[in-house]
Ligand binder design. Sequence first.
Ligand code: ZN
Length: 286
Amino acid sequence: MRIGNLAGRLVLVAEDRALDVAGASAGRFDPDPAAVYGVWDDFAAWAATVDVAGHPEAVAFAPADLGAPSPRPPQVIGVGLNYADHAAESGLPLPEVPVVFTKFPSSVAGPDVDVLLPGDTVDWEAELVVVIGRGGRDIPRAEVRSRIAGYTVGQDLSERTVQWQGTPAQFSMGKSYQNFAPTGPVLVTLDEFADPDRLAVSTTITAADGTRTRVQDGSTDQLIFDVTDLVARLSQTLELLPGDLVFTGTPPGVGMGMDPKRYLRDGETLTTEIEGIGTIVQRFHA
Ligand code: ZN
């Protein structure tokens, strides 16, 4: 199943067609996409009975009208240094436990947005994002999959100067500017993937003159702490709530790791793709 947020309404998506959930369910489910995660198991059971592509109320839609699949997550959890090569390019040792920070929820945005650069050291981090369904505390590893709604694509945009300010550094502020947590284009349930633990992740920068440079090219099978491990461990401390987002970390190829360092500039566009989910795009302005 693929679901989206089409102009603020929950839809089921099949290729280029969208079906309004509130309409197709005769009001059983709320049109607000944020409301679905609290009734995820009921919703998933209903959605499994719906033929979206063949439904008479399914309509063509413009991808630019999609918003964040979970637009008001109670918590947005980030995991740092979760790929060995990215830890190396950051000049930091491999973590022995997940390195956890927050992106404040007001930074969440949809898949196609403009971003104002708050400084001249804004960096990209392509990430698989887990969206929590039923959630809970102390989730056993064997039950993690049933507590997840699905996966989406995210960018953990980071103002590096602010991220590393202070002693010890405080990651969360530099990662929480407006639109610094873009997500989408849709949420995909785990049954849709041949192998949900092996998905290609890439980032491409398009310069103002149209030149394209692929800067990140990784696979989620290289995660140090995989999705099952992360969700189980997080739930030992936090109650994971319906609609929460977990940014799982970024593969190598960020600007901070380049020599010389290279950051996002006015007029550039960032395109992030994850296999089996889709692409998100941000345009940057000074
Ligand atoms: Zn990150």
